[in-house]
Design a protein around this ligand. Sequence first.
Ligand code: AHG
Length: 337
Amino acid sequence: MNRIITLDEFIIRRQKDFPFASGELTGLLRDIGVAAKIVNREVNKAGLLNILGTAEVENASGDAVQKLDLYANEKLIECLKNSGECAGVASEEIEEIITFPTVNDKPSKYVVVFDPLDGSSNIDVNVSVGTIFGIYRRISDTADSCTLADFLQKGSQLVAAGYVLYGTSTLLVYSTGRGVNAFTLDPTIGEFCLSHRDIQIPQRGNYYSVNQGYYLKFDVDMRRYIDQCSDMNLRLRYIGSMVSDIHRILLQGGIFLYPNTRKYPQGKLRLVYECNPLSFIVEQAGGKAITTQLERVLDLEVHDLHQRATIAMGSPEMVDEMKAFVEKYSGINLPKD
Ligand code: AHG
C-alpha cells in the first residue's frame, strides 16, 4: 500500500525546497485547507440544517446570494483573519477589501482573494460547487495595512492559487507555481490526501463546455467556433459551476468558454476571483487561458475588484485552434492594410 501523504505534510515538504521560505505561505495554505474542511462539512449537511435557499441580500455583482455562500464567506474570512499570515482579503461576496490587524505584531506579506462558493445556482439541487482562491504578495509596505493595489495585481503576479471542489468527493487542488497537485478529503480521518500528483492537462480532449443556451447572444465568430466543436463531435458538458467544468477539463482535456453576451458585454465571470486563479492553475498544468478577444488572461490589467472578463481555457491545442479560428473569422490580429 502506498503511504498516504496529507496536504499539511506535502505543503511542509515543499516549503523545505525553498531555503529562505519563512513558512507564511505554508501557513496560509494550511489555513485555507482548514476553512475548506469546515465549508465542506456544512455543504454536506446543508439539507439537514435548513440553510439552503437564497438569503435576503445581493452580492457586490448584484446576484442573489445563497445562504451557504455567506457561510463559506464568513468561515474563510474567520480562518484567514485568525491565522496571522494574511494581511487582508477580497471576496466576490463583498464590495470592498477587508484589512486585518496584525496578530502578535507580526506583519503579513500576503493577501488572499476568493470566491467562497462558486456555482451557487447548483446549491439547492445538490450539484457540485466550489471555492476558488488566489494569493498575492503585497506590494504595499508591510508596516502598514494592506491596500487596494495589493489586490489589483495582474494574475501573472499570483504566488499561489487553487480551488476546492465539493463534488462526489471533496478535492483541494492548488499550485504555488511549480505544477498542480490535488488532494482528496478522506472523511474517515478528516485529512486531504495527495491523490493526483503533478497534473498535466491533455493536449486536447473530447469535451467543450459553454452555456449553449446563449448561442444566439454570442458574436458570430464564437457561434461559428461552437458550430465547429459540434461538427467535430465533441461532447458538450456544462455544469454551471466553473470549478467543476474546469476540473473535468484539467483531468480529461477540452475547452471551457464564457464569451461576451448581449447581457454581459465584458463577459460574466470575475477576473479577480474566478478567471485569474483558474487560469493560473490551467497554465501550471500545461494548458492555456485567453479571453475571447485573444489576450492572455494572466496579463490583463486589473482596474476593479469585481471586473468581469471573457474566457476560453483548457487544452493547449484546442485553445490555439480556437484562437486561430477567431483570428480567421473576426479579423482580430489581421494586418491593417
Ligand atoms: P455564481 O457563483 O454566481 O452562480 O456564478 C457561477 C459562475 C460560474 O461558476 C459558472 O460557470 C457560470 O457562472 C454560470 O453562468 P451561466 O448560468 O450564465 O451559464
